[in-house]
Every structure is written in C-alpha cells, then in structure tokens.
Design a protein around this ligand. Structure first.
Ligand code: FES
Length: 161
C-alpha cells in the first residue's frame, strides 16, 4: 500500500462522473492523477474492486502501460529538461546538473524529500530552436543556462519559504 490516503468519496464521485464503466478506465485514471499528481496504489485497488469487469491487477497493468501515468508521487514542481539532440548539443547536461544541485537531488533520486521538486529528462519537446529547453509545470523556459535556471529556481524556492 502507498502512503497517500485516498478519499473514497472522491473516488466514487470520479467513477460516477466518468460513467462508472470499465471502458472509461483511462479517463478515471487521468482524473485521479490530476488530483494526486500521480495514481496512488490504493486508488487503483479501489477502482479495480469497485468497477464491474475490472480487477486491481488490470487497473495496475493499464496504469503501468501508459507512460502518461505516474505511479510515484511527483513534486509540486515538475521540472522537465529536454535532452534531445539539439538540447544536448547546446548544453542540457550542465543545466540538468545545476537543477539537481540547486534542489538537492543526489544519486538516482528524482523527487526531493520535501515533495517540492521532481526532475526528469525528456526527449525532444519539438522546440529545438529554443534549445536547451526546460519546462516547469507546463511553463517553457527557452535557451537555458546553468545560471539562468539557478536564478529561476531561487525565485521558486524563495516563494515556498
Ligand atoms: S531537442 Fe530539445 S526541443 Fe528538440
């Protein structure tokens, strides 16, 4: 079981809003992810037992199959750094290192212990002319440098303190 406490009443509402059918499983998982920023294990178990024709194993299988679903809690700020060819050539790795150092990530960690930041690399975002590109919660930051991203993150961190 995951640590996140899921709200059963809210899950029932989501299931009802989405028609309560097995065929609507993707829409149900999307709504759950919107609320929790990931799909908690307890929510998958609940909808797998609640909706006719599903099982927790089926729900888990679907959620793991689609890359859009995260099964781990994400930080409040999801930072995506493009490491496609154009971004890589124009220095995405030093930018990544600066981001990880600034938010305090080490080793294999992708989410900070305080739940504020998740840092991931992604492949080409289709904005190669703006390389290297960083996206923070859907906002695009073009032509990033280590210094520029450090200043942006300083502002975010200051706003959180
Ligand atoms: S390689 Fe980064 S946007 Fe295309």
């Amino acid at each position: 079981m995951s640590d996140t406490k899921v709200d059963i009443k809210q899950l029932d509402e989501i299931i009802a809003q989405c028609g309560g059918k097995k065929a609507n499983l993707i829409a149900i998982l999307q709504k759950i992810q919107e609320i929790y920023r990931y799909v908690p294990e307890d929510a998958m178990i609940y909808i797998g037992t609640k909706i006719e024709g599903l099982s927790p194993a089926t729900v888990f299988g679907v959620a793991t199959f689609y890359a859009q679903f995260s099964l781990e809690p994400k930080g409040k700020y999801e930072i995506k750094l493009c490491d496609g060819t154009a971004c890589h050539v124009r220095g995405s790795i030093p930018v990544l290192n600066a981001i990880r150092a600034k938010v305090g990530l080490t080793g294999e960690q992708v989410t900070t212990g305080n739940g504020l930041f998740t840092v991931e690399t992604v492949s080409c975002l289709g904005a190669c002319g703006l390389a290297p590109v960083v996206v923070i919660n859907e906002k695009v930051y073009p032509q990033m440098t280590s210094d520029a991203i450090s200043m942006i993150l300083d502002e975010i961190i200051k706003g959180e303190n």
